[in-house]
Design a protein around this ligand. Sequence first.
Ligand code: AMP
Ligand code: GLY
Length: 428
Amino acid sequence: MRVLVVGGGAREHALGWKLLQDDPALELISAPGNPGLAELGRCAAIAATDIAAIAALARREDVAFTIVGPEGPLDAGIVDHFRSNGLAVFGPSKAAARIETSKRFAKELMISASVPTASARTFTNVAAANAEAERLGAPVVIKASGLAAGKGVIVATTIGEARDAIASMLEGNAFGEAGHEVLVEEFMSGEEISVFALTDGTHVLPMIAAQDHKRVGDGDTGPNTGGMGAYAPVSIATAGLAAQTVDRVFLPTLSALRASGSTFTGLLYAGLMLTRDGQKVVEFNCRFGDPETEALLPLMASNLIEPMRAIANGDSIAGAPPIDWRAGAAVTTVVAAAGYPGSVDSGDVITLPPAERDVIVFHAGTKRNASGELVTAGGRVLAITALGDSLAAAQKLSASHASRVEFAGRQYRGDIGWRDLARLSAGA
Ligand code: AMP
Ligand code: GLY
């Protein structure tokens, strides 16, 4: 069987890796791919958003189905284009992807479906938005409504900061079109987890929870990034919580999407805040999370190809067996370039440590230079996943492998999983 993966980050590398674990005879093609994916199959030099060229590739190569990794092509309508050309594709339509691409749409949908979330109001007018921020009081959250590469959210600790954020989005064009409508949202306090579910639009196959580490520095300090690491399982995400997430979050959200005429198929990602009043949705994403995917897929014992193929073909997953997980834990440590999440240099030569048992090195921002050397090509360069019998063992192995990756100015967090490790060592 031939499968096409769209994208070229560590998430797509992990997806390709998992498909080949499930079926070593599978023929993997990726577009545009990366040097890690190039070790698993063929890469086509086509941008993930060049929808017509990707569809032509899928047809020419007669792939069984296509998996779309990033949100960009989903927002650009890749799934609609594939379906109208009779091509099987895993991912939501452009209209269903609004669950991620329009925070306003997502919020209104959650309210209509009684899905627990922070209350919020939408504004295009500065004075009205400021008045709402003052009414709620600090801390208060200001969000650009549209897609802003994970950067359009300001958790304002003072009203002054809230005013600045509102002005920068509505007047200063800080996030372009995405920030011309803002949400002023109630602040929630608690711990965050990410829960993914495969869905045919009606039924779900939930995965175990993972925890992302968005801040650049140890102990969750410094600016937000695309994610510096992740681990799974998460001890506070109990089986009871998982069942509640299906009943109170996934099923009502999918049902509201169906009712609105935008059936969601693919992977629905719920970012949850575990507050004192129970779990509340922080955000939805319309695709696999990065770096959570790199931690989750190596722990997944069951086959991923079958449910993905069924969903891509528009079939039901009603009778599909629940996903099985290996014992132990997985920790993913992201190795990033100097300066990340700000601007970074590229082209620095990377030296990888020798391969190690229970360690998988996923490529994110890497490429081959003219002499074939592996060099940096982005902020997040590698995602290093280690498996272990315990979270502590997995963290130690992941951090130790990351410490032996060499390139100019490389940075990583050696504390991925610290919240759970602290809980476990406190005997909680
Ligand atoms: P989002 O892009 O919506 O996931 O927001 C990015 C980050 O901002 C989240 O991961 C949270 O850490 C934080 N955040 C977003 N909304 C809220 C909220 N209502 N209360 C507290 N923190 C929030
Ligand atoms: N890990 C956060 C995201 O994928 O958006």
